[in-house]
Design a protein. Structure first.
Lengths: 453, 335
């Protein structure tokens, strides 16, 4: 049972090898071997058990461990273990020496340019023939384990299939087959080894998956995805992943990576400019429904050149604002991106809420942030209405301390000055009060309703 | 939403030597569910923590050290609430809490100030409509006086001994009434107060004189969420902001070399613009002669991404939390 995370790692690594790094024939096999060793089998616990026992070569799992080393191309480790068997069993020393020699001499593709592919193929051919000779001479006839190892070295499918339980998966089997029958496999040839080709069975080897599963079980989603990768069908990989996985996280990031490597042809989709942007938009939209991950969604939208901004504008207005602090964070994001419409709209929502809760100071504070003169006028009218009804001002701490924000709206200025008039009157500074009142009347900023009084 | 109050152990402070590499990450000791966003919290004493919620509830949690659990010991529901025109009560976020055992003062978006005592079920005193705007933070000035800041740029002193529901003094920012989000008082010199605003400006006030700040220091590019004087080294001040940075302000004037404008591995000594109003005093914070002293300001976060919402500092330790769901612990602050 492979957990979702390990499955994702498996797929991701394979895509890296095949698509991003685009490993060529030669290194390709080495990368695939690494991939298998890292992800597919967890051999270490078995190895530890055998090595830490008193007599490793007598351990019941001894040959299993040697086999798995050989299947994964870990020649040095296999030889090391075999030497223990040789020292414990002097009768088989001859056999051991020959096998050890064969394993040591096995040609492997090199990562550098030390040899060309043709050179390697030649060497490999020689080596293959040598193994064949030893097998046919019956050198290993007395030890079935060693004989089967030699058969594996020769790429004998049946011998490899016998170790099915150790390999556990068809893609391990695929890589092992390639290692021992076609180490210089080219990327485009992978598909022929992986997929079924029933029409011309005698020309092409049959599918690794079919051989391995033996036609018993049907492929699982993970198998279909990996198969699509081996066939270099990138779009198919993305499609299968989208179906199999429950959220867009993996697919969005994988597509983004492939897009950056310029591997996806941009055929425009009907909605959302191209596949990468479409998937990123989907993923980011999903983030916005989360109570705290919406902040990450903003970054994703920033990286979608065509529709990102529009999506952001629509989503950001719909974030629930249960505290002022959250509203301030949202506003900061809008202001950084010059989304003035949204700033006004959010401030208006907050100001209306404040007004309904009778928090006039808060309402004014929001309208100042949005530089919303119309709303400031509304608030001042509220104050003046209160004054008319009650005969005195409420929230004096606010009106007395308006400062420069008084200039935001005419009505607000009037309110501030009118209050000042009352203060002067109360302090019996009548001359100043009268001057102020005259100025207010001539400046025409008093609302009409006030003229009557 | 699953919000929790958690207690973490950040490892032994005195455990140096071979084990220092294994000290690693803070360990979670215990946690408990919390209803609503945690807006503010503070230790009342060794065992109890007071937490302010966005639902308007204030809760006292008790940390049982013997079996490492948390439990809610006292709860004041609807400590903060709105009464709107339809006369239905909705919760209003409680934005700040400050403790001076056994007293607890809370403020909220409803402009209300509550005074609680740790052992009493009902509020000792409530100042209704103390402010027509949102109160963002509160701190104790003296044992009987508190300071509040609000969203129209005012700093108010309230005398709790007096029964009238009016502040004893009001200070305002010069210029635009930018909302103030945080406030802290100098640990030794009680007339020095620092506030942080929505525009990221740090203001230093001398409350013995005038009604305007003594200096305004341009700092952050976005809201300053918290400001703290270091409790035992008050020449050091720390501020954190929505722009993702955490500044360490060092006003201990013992810098002799010339400042350079080239960043040196993350530290930069900068000149700042400030306006001074009066110059009478001894404290490094109020002495603003640009020729004589320059403050060393360091951003403690190397690669900043999301907002730093909160910080606290004690001895050589600094703790801060960010919107990136991370908590950082720095145990060698003055190394």
């Amino acid at each position: 049972q492979v957990s979702i995370l390990s499955a994702m790692e498996l797929i991701w690594n394979l895509c890296e090898i095949l698509f991003v790094e685009a490993a060529a024939a030669g290194p390709l096999l080495l990368h695939l071997l690494d991939w298998v060793r890292l992800h597919v089998c967890d051999v270490d616990s078995m190895v530890r058990e055998v090595l830490s026992s008193e007599n490793p070569s007598k351990h019941e799992l001894f040959w299993n461990v040697v086999d798995i080393f050989v299947l994964q191309g870990r020649m040095d480790e296999a030889r090391h273990l075999l030497s223990k068997e040789a020292s414990a069993n002097p009768a088989s020393v001859n056999m051991y020496r020959i096998l050890d020699d064969l394993m040591k001499k096995m040609p492997v593709p090199s990562l550098g340019n030390a040899q060309t592919l043709t050179e390697m193929e030649l060497k490999w051919q020689h080596w293959h023939e040598e193994c064949q000779r030893y097998l046919q001479d019956g050198t290993f006839a007395s030890n079935s384990h060693m004989e089967s190892i030699c058969k594996v070295l020769l790429g004998d499918e049946d011998a490899i299939l016998e170790k099915k339980e150790l390999m556990t998966t068809w893609y391990h089997f695929l890589v092992t087959r390639l290692l021992y029958s076609r180490p210089t496999v080219k990327p485009m040839e992978l598909r022929f080894y992986a997929q079924a080709w029933d029409r011309i069975p005698f020309l092409f080897p049959t599918s690794s998956m079919d051989l391995f599963l033996g036609g018993e079980s049907s492929p699982e989603p993970l198998d279909t995805i990996l198969m699509a990768a081996f066939e270099f069908e990138m779009h198919q990989v993305i499609k299968e992943c989208s179906i199999a996985l429950s959220n867009w996280w993996f697919v969005a990031h994988l597509t983004d990576l492939l897009d950056h490597c310029k591997l996806l042809q941009s055929h425009n989709l009907y909605f959302g400019s191209n596949m990468r942007e479409f998937l990123l938009l989907e993923y980011a939209s999903g983030l916005f429904s989360h109570h705290s991950l919406w902040q990450l969604g903003v970054d994703y939208f920033d990286h979608c050149p065509e529709y990102g901004r529009v999506y952001l504008e629509l989503h950001i207005e719909r974030i629930p604002l249960n505290t002022e602090q959250k509203a301030l964070k949202v506003l900061r994001i809008c202001e950084q991106r010059q989304m003035h419409e949204q700033v006004r709209s959010i401030c208006k929502i907050m100001a209306m809420k404040a007004l309904r809760n009778n928090r006039l100071g808060s309402a004014l504070s929001w309208s100042i942030r949005a530089k919303d003169a119309a709303f400031a006028t509304l608030i001042s009218d509220r104050f003046l209405k209160d004054y008319c009804e009650r005969g005195c001002f409420s929230d004096l701490d606010l009106i007395d301390n308006l400062g420069p924000s008084m200039l935001l709206s005419d009505r607000l200025t009037f309110l501030g000055k009118y209050r000042e008039f009352h203060r002067l009157y109360g302090e019996k500074r009548f001359a100043e009060a009268a001057r102020l009142l005259l100025m207010l009347m001539t400046a025409h900023i008093a609302p009409c309703s006030f003229w009557m009084t | 939403q699953d919000n929790r109050i958690s207690i973490w152990s950040a490892g032994d402070v005195g455990n140096v030597g071979l084990n220092s590499e294994c000290q690693g990450e803070p360990q979670l000791l215990c946690d408990i569910r919390h209803d609503g966003d945690v807006m503010d919290m503070q230790f009342l004493d060794q065992e109890r923590i007071v937490v302010a919620s966005s639902t308007g509830t204030v809760t006292v949690f008790r940390h049982h050290q013997t079996n490492q659990t948390l439990s809610a010991s006292l709860r004041w529901e609807k400590a903060h609430y709105h009464v709107d025109q339809d006369t239905s009560c909705g919760g209003a976020a409680c934005t700040g809490v400050i403790c001076n055992k056994p007293e607890i003062v809370t403020v909220g978006e409803d402009g209300r100030i509550n005074l609680f005592r740790a052992d009493q079920k009902d509020a000792v005193r409530t100042i209704e409509n103390a402010d027509s705007s949102t109160l963002h933070a509160v701190t104790f000035l003296r044992t009987t006086e508190i300071l509040t800041v609000n969203s129209i740029g005012q700093l108010k002193i309230w005398d709790l001994r007096q029964q009238r529901n009016e502040p004893s003094q009001i200070f305002s920012l010069t210029g635009d009434r930018v909302p103030l989000h945080c406030v802290d008082r100098h640990p030794n010199q009680q007339h020095i107060v620092a506030t942080g605003g929505q525009d990221g400006v740090l203001s230093i006030w001398d409350i013995r004189q005038g009604t305007m700040p003594v200096s305004l220091l341009n700092a952050h590019e976005a809201e300053m969420w918290e400001v703290h004087f270091h409790p035992s080294n008050p020449d050091h001040l720390f501020t954190c902001s929505e722009d993702g940075s955490l500044w360490h302000w060092d006003a201990s004037t013992n810098i002799s070399e010339k400042p350079s404008f080239l960043p040196q591995g993350g530290r930069s000594t900068t000149y700042f613009s400030h306006s001074t109003v009066n110059q009478s005093v001894v404290s490094a914070w109020l002495n603003n002669d640009p020729a004589k002293d320059h403050m060393e300001i360091t951003n403690l976060i190397p690669n900043q991404t999301l907002s730093v919402n909160s910080l606290d500092v004690l001895g050589p330790c600094l703790v801060y939390g960010t919107d990136a769901e991370a908590i950082y612990v720095n145990k060698k602050l003055f190394a």
